[in-house]
Structures are given as C-alpha cells and as structure tokens.
Design a protein around this ligand. Sequence first.
Ligand SMILES: [Zn+2]
Ligand SMILES: [Zn+2]
Length: 146
Amino acid sequence: MSLKRDDKKLRLQGYIQAARDAGIKLTHQRLEIFRELASHGEHPDIEMIYKNVKERIPTISMDTVYRAFSMLERENVLNRVSFFSGRARFDLDTTPHHHFVCKVCGKVLDFHCADADRFKIPDEVLSWGKINQTYLELRGVCTDCI
Ligand SMILES: [Zn+2]
Ligand SMILES: [Zn+2]
C-alpha cells in the first residue's frame, strides 16, 4: 500500500488493516501508537512516538512501541530510514521519494527526482533477493548547520 503523508485518516486505517493482516490484536495501546504515528508529519523516531504516547498512557513500555513499529515495517506500511544518528527513524510516506540527510542535526528532507526513480537495479542484485524499497540518500550538511 502506498500512502502520501497528508492522508492521516487513510494512514491510520492502513495501520489498523496491517495489524489485522498480521493477525495481531488491536489493543488500546497499539491503537494509540498508530494514532500518534498517523498524525505525525515528518520522519519520526521511536523515542519521539513513545514520549508522546506515554503522556496519555503512562504504563506503556518502549518494547510495546518497538513491536508495533516492527509489525508495521513487516507489513510494508512503514519504512525505516537508515542514517547515522543512532536512533531508528521511520518514514510515513511509502510513495517513492529520496532523502537528503544532514549529518550534523539529523534532519531528513524528502525530495522527488525522476532520474533517480528510473534507477535500474543490476540483474546480479535482483538475484540476491526480493527488493522492497529503493531510494537515494544524499548525506551532507544542511544550510542551518553550515
Ligand atoms: Zn543540519
Ligand atoms: Zn521520506
């Protein structure tokens, strides 16, 4: 499923559906995690979501949040953004796009690029397994940090 980041309601429905598809019970805690995530407009990290949900559900554990994220990742309604801040960051926009990552402040900016979208995966790489996601990651220093 591909969703644009502005479709918050659709996004929440997608997470709920993903939980059903994965055969996972939709608990109050999971629903609150999904709500928090769906209303997020950026590239959230787990700590951020955990902190916000904890304000409403003080008993929630970090482990519960981790497991909810992992399930959504497995169901392909969420992507993990790799970069070097050491904190797992996720991407709510599962439509094809690319990233600029600031190595100083950790900011992740999205961009679209038709040339990068046409990137042809070498046959050898295709034989290594199933590709779920392809994106270009440009790393540098943003204008705020220069
Ligand atoms: Zn920066
Ligand atoms: Zn992104």
